[in-house]
Write a protein that binds this ligand. Structure first.
Ligand code: AKG
Length: 277
């Protein structure tokens, strides 16, 4: 038994490349985080859209709280051991009746980090199911190497390059159905994607901590910009990113902008086109 995950859940993650659902907080608490997000979006629309859906935990206190929620860190510790750091975060929001989707991909493909054994918790702030466009995972796909990805730059594809693994058999996919306040955790090599949100009224909001890196992980392209989460991950050339004390102060904005530039340099490394997210 781990701190949060049972032995069976840890084994499922090792064998299948994901574990879900895992309780983080009550549904009411998650919905109250959703309301805080809505209020922040109303006050700072440009800071929670487009490229600024990347790394918002560096300038919004309530997202920092979610990123370092003890249940999240305990579950990550169950999978990675006692020392790990946080590389970044992404707010994956699909508006009602939008055509946005995420093609089949493996996160590790363009993150330029070795070893490729890092983990992404994805916290649901709304219901995430087949109707609203939940994530689907191909079990056991993390045990293979990186598969060839085609950069499609598809208009409705919310991945940076619209990168896509072809020849995925969707009949093998498992849908990760989450209630607000639950999370899934997936391995950097697991093939996954998601379909459009068909709901007329409900947004689908997931906050991905992308990703927690075990001690010793090496960034091979771009800056080594990480925030310590647990234990000791110190290494040469490691730039610590500060956590925010208040929403949208100058320091937090600087940290976010620095991080987003770095994200862009890494994720579009060698790409023929850059998009603005
Ligand atoms: O939110 C989604 O639909 C996809 C998220 C994703 O690909 C990820 O968290 O790695």
């Amino acid at each position: 038994m781990g701190k949060v995950l049972s032995q069976q859940q840890i084994q499922a993650y090792q064998e299948e490349g994901f574990v879900s659902p895992v309780e983080v907080m009550s549904e009411d608490e998650a919905l109250s985080y959703g309301k805080r997000l809505q209020a922040a979006e109303a006050l700072y629309p440009a800071d929670l859209s487009g490229v600024n859906r990347n790394n918002p935990h560096l300038c919004f206190k309530f997202l920092d709280e979610l990123a370092y929620h003890p249940r999240v860190l305990d579950a990550v510790e169950d999978l990675l051991g006692p020392s790990f750091s946080l590389w970044g975060s992404v707010l994956f929001i699909k508006e009602p009746s939008s055509s946005h989707f995420v093609s089949w991909h493996q996160d590790a493909t363009y993150m330029c980090i070795t070893p490729r054994n890092f983990v992404t918790p994805w916290i649901a702030l709304t219901h995430s199911n087949q109707h609203t466009g939940c994530m689907s995972m191909i079990p056991g796909s993390h045990l293979n190497d990186i598969q060839p990805h085609k950069d499609t730059y598809g208009q409705d594809n919310i991945l940076t390059r619209g990168q896509e693994v072809s020849n995925v058999d969707p009949s093998l996919a498992i849908n990760l159905i989450l209630k607000p306040g639950q999370m899934s955790l997936h391995h950097a090599m697991t093939i996954h994607g998601s379909q459009p949100n068909q709901s007329q009224h409900q947004r689908r909001i997931g906050f991905a901590l992308q990703s927690f890196m075990p001690a010793g992980a090496t960034q091979n392209v771009g800056q080594n910009n990480w925030s310590p989460a647990r234990g000791n991950c110190a290494q040469d050339g490691h730039n610590y990113l500060a956590r925010p004390n208040t929403d949208m102060d100058t320091k937090g904005i600087t940290e976010r902008d620095k991080s987003n530039q770095n994200f862009s340099d890494i994720l579009y490394h060698g790409a023929k086109t850059k998009r603005d997210y």
